[in-house]
Write a protein that binds this ligand. Structure first.
Ligand SMILES: Nc1ncnc2c1ncn2[C@@H]1O[C@H](COP(=O)(O)OP(=O)(O)OP(=O)(O)O)[C@@H](O)[C@H]1O
Ligand code: SF4
Ligand SMILES: [Mg+2]
Length: 331
């Protein structure tokens, strides 16, 4: 039985390892721990932002949620249905209900098809509308994403990046999804166009009640659009909480470093020193302790053996694997 307090998406202890390419010789066991024991829920009409540096595992999480890649461990539930183990045919029938929008709108759209065909074919295949109603539905979708009806007769290369991303959003919406996974949908766009697309996504959510899993590497866009945020570092969620709470009271040093890297209008860093990230994220040779310890200004010898389990960090739902980021404020 579902109600508004039941998640539409439940991810539990999701993990994915890849063999390290350069060390992938016979008998070598070097692995890239791309995603490690990631858990979260997403509710109807909500946006959960996933943020972290390049290579921290965000897209791997997205691909596993979409069923495009199998996890090594853990589970993904869409409502009550466990989807990570479903055979392709059963997954296909569920797919209209969760859709994905990628960063690269150019390669997401078939360049040899006009917009009308790009939008029409999936709707007819999944029997979303009757044949005689499909054209009216296409006009309505284009209007919904801020494009004129004449856009349907053009090819993807005839649009700007921002307009193409609007077409991708229309394509995702065309199947009436409950969930859209947005993997860096604005990262390739100019700042002013980014704002337009983020506002469009917010308006559509308000109108349709759709849920978003919004992936980004900068806290600006993620904070703007998300109700809750999960901060990922080297395959793990290190801090999660309400977007405002995390923004005002970050407790993990890595979250603070992300905020310091992109100071935002109402971010208050007055009472503390900035944390500047140095070095690369890396993935291998990490089996124990805190994965952030080589870059953390507060690291001690104990951090090499820290258990890094999520602990309450303030308001309900605010959890972190480390509280050291609050040090100078005496919290
Ligand atoms: N198919 C694959 N085979 C081998 N390694 C992979 C594969 N896909 C991802 N990886 C590795 O897993 C790690 C996480 O990759 P992922 O693409 O999920 O990161 P990301 O956070 O989305 O990064 P970005 O912000 O650059 O998109 C990286 O080290 C990447 O090299
Ligand atoms: S456990 Fe140690 S190294 Fe890791 S974030 Fe906390 S203080 Fe820094
Ligand atoms: Mg990615």
């Amino acid at each position: 039985m579902q109600n508004e307090h039941t998640p539409i998406l439940t991810v539990r202890e999701l993990s994915r390892n890849y063999p390290e390419p350069e060390k992938n010789r016979l008998f070598s066991r070097a692995m890239n721990h791309a995603v490690q024991r990631v858990s979260f829920e997403l509710y109807r009409g909500e946006t959960l932002g996933i943020v972290g540096e390049s290579g921290c595992g965000k897209s791997t999480v997205a691909r596993m949620v979409m069923g495009l890649e199998k996890p090594d461990a853990g589970s993904v539930f869409f409502h009550d249905t466990r989807i990570d183990q479903l055979p392709e045919r059963s997954l296909r029938s569920l797919r209209p209900r969760f859709q994905m929008v990628f960063q690269d709108s150019g390669s997401s759209l078939n360049g040899r098809k006009r917009v009308v065909d790009i939008l029409r074919e999936p709707m007819l295949y999944h029997r979303i509308v009757a044949k005689d109603k499909v054209d009216a539905r296409i006009d309505a979708l284009l209007d919904m994403v801020g494009l004129s009806p004449s856009a349907k007769l053009r090819y993807p290369h005839e649009f700007s990046g921002g307009q193409r991303q609007r077409i991708c959003i229309a394509k995702a919406l065309s199947l009436d999804p409950e969930l859209i996974i947005l993997d860096e949908p604005v990262s390739a766009l100019d700042v002013s166009v980014q704002a337009q697309i983020l506002n469009l996504l917010r308006d559509l959510q308000e109108k349709l009640g759709v849920s978003y899993l919004f992936i980004g590497h900068g806290l600006g866009a993620v904070h703007y659009i998300s109700h809750r945020i999960a901060v990922m570092y080297r395959g793990r969620i290190v801090e999660t909480g309400d977007s405002q709470e995390l923004f005002r009271h970050p407790v993990h040093p890595y979250t603070r470093a992300l905020l310091d890297a992109a100071p935002l209008a109402d971010y208050d860093a007055r009472n503390r020193e900035r944390i500047v990230l140095r070095g690369e994220i890396g993935h291998t040779d990490w089996t124990e302790g805190c994965a952030f310890r080589r870059r953390c200004p507060y690291a001690t010898s104990q951090c090499a053996h820290a258990s890094c389990t999520m602990t309450a960090a303030g308001r309900p739902g605010h959890l972190s694997v480390c509280m050291a980021g609050t040090q100078e404020r005496g919290e």
